[in-house]
Design a protein around this ligand. Structure first.
Ligand SMILES: O=C(O)CCC(=O)C(=O)O
Ligand SMILES: [Fe+2]
Length: 412
């Protein structure tokens, strides 16, 4: 929509940049073409996580420091059992952080493989005052975390810590909503295998099942998988990887690893998010086709949106709200005559509603980048308005927003 079709055929290898690029370089060379890049350790060397979570002599996790700093109170963390598959994912549960660290250290000392992987742990939400890291400037134009951390109806975000011993892994997937991710490696080595987009036909069978583990593929079920183009990266301690939108990937941990990652989106991949929502919705509509005749049209639209929300975590109103929040912020920035520190970047205490009850939370401290470190505001506004227009003109999206979500939508 904003881009001519993206072309991945010219990529020969994933570049490694010694020092972080300027925002404009990053935007032009990686965000817009949607291609990966690795940034050397200088970018995150000063982080508290790099300084205090790793033993300087061995490069291994500093288990004592982690216990002392993070286990003063009981903290439940989400974990995955890497040896048990659960449909397209690993079996998930929660455990006490202290038990996780004790078990991990035992395996590490014995040089054994681990199977428990602490993943998708909302670190900043759990430790808002700790200051383990800051979002690098090139990743600051992040609409998902800007929007989710300020939503008044729920407390959620896409800012995670991952910790796992040798042998832990994340199975083959593309990221939620076709968002970008960045992953900063605090210690250990992470082997990434990245597949450029538009190769799904090679790793899906006729029943829409997808390869789970790229090192264990049944050639009868997926006879063409070996033809898929891929790039392998060994991400070293301190390096940060930018994972573009819609690139499928699998991650294997080599040694004891800790990493920090965010999922995010902005004007450069907003068209891909819109495509992703539309194709998720088409799939729901196909599945529910048999109910269509039995329902009034409005009921059918609402049912599809409910199923979409529960399957994929979003619906038309999520995308609409995110886009209008960004549009209003950009308009404020334009009207304020280019203030240096946009108000949305401040750290504030927000009141939000959960199950009808008022709760408090601290919103993140995004560094306040100079305006030269942001995308052009006019371009952002133009793209966000284009997507709002697509939603506004889609009859079923419009019906849902106006009649179910009670959102007044202008007809412009
Ligand atoms: O580090 C991992 O195990 C998975 C990370 C990942 O999938 C991502 O950052 O998109
Ligand atoms: Fe991922």
């Amino acid at each position: 929509m904003f881009h001519a079709t993206r072309d991945y055929s010219a990529i020969k290898e994933i570049p490694l940049l010694k020092s972080p690029p300027s925002y404009e370089e990053f935007r032009q060379h990686y965000l817009e073409p949607n291609t990966p890049v690795i940034i050397g350790s200088a970018m995150i060397q000063h982080w508290r996580a790099r300084q205090e979570w790793v033993c300087p002599d061995t490069g291994k996790p500093n288990f004592d420091a982690l216990r002392e700093q993070l286990c003063q109170r009981t903290v439940k963390v989400p974990v995955a059992d890497c040896q048990t598959r659960d449909f397209t994912d690993q079996k998930r549960s929660t455990m006490d952080m202290k038990d996780f660290l004790d078990e991990w250290e035992t395996h590490s000392r014995a040089n054994e493989h681990s199977r428990t992987y602490l993943k998708d742990f909302h670190f900043i939400r759990t430790f808002p005052e700790y200051g383990a890291y800051e979002t690098p400037t090139i990743f600051c134009d992040d609409w998902m975390n800007e929007f989710w951390t300020r939503r008044m109806d729920m407390d959620d975000d896409y800012r995670f810590v991952y910790c796992g011993g040798h042998g832990t892994f994340t199975p083959f997937h593309a990221d939620v909503y076709r968002s970008y991710s960045w992953s900063a490696n605090i210690c250990g080595v992470k082997k990434w295998t990245l597949f450029p987009p538009d190769q799904e036909h090679l790793f899906q069978d006729n029943h829409h099942n997808t390869v789970y583990d790229i090192d264990n593929v049944n050639p009868t079920q997926f006879p063409n998988f070996h033809k898929a183009e891929r790039f392998t990266i060994y991400q070293q301690p301190g390096q940060t990887l930018f994972v573009p939108s819609g690139w499928w990937h699998q991650v294997q941990n080599i040694g004891d690893t800790i990493s920090i990652n965010h999922n995010w989106c902005n004007g450069s991949n907003l068209d891909l998010l819109l495509d992703s929502l539309s194709s998720d919705l088409k799939e729901v509509e196909r599945e529910l086709e048999h109910l269509k005749e039995m329902m009034e049209e409005g009921e059918w639209i609402e049912t599809c949106q409910k199923v979409l929300l529960s399957n994929s975590g979003w619906d038309w109103s999520t995308l609409w709200h995110m886009c209008t929040a960004v549009r209003d912020r950009v308009l404020r920035q334009m009207n304020d005559g280019m203030i240096e520190s946009p108000t949305f970047l401040d750290s504030t205490c927000t009141i939000f509603l959960q199950d009808g009850e008022e709760k408090q939370r601290t919103t993140p401290i995004f560094p306040a980048p100079l305006l030269s470190q942001q995308p052009p505001l006019e371009l952002t506004l133009q793209r966000v308005n284009t997507v709002l227009d697509v939603i506004r003109k889609d009859p079923s999206a419009r019906w849902y927003l106006v009649h179910v979500k009670m959102i007044p939508i202008d007809t412009k």
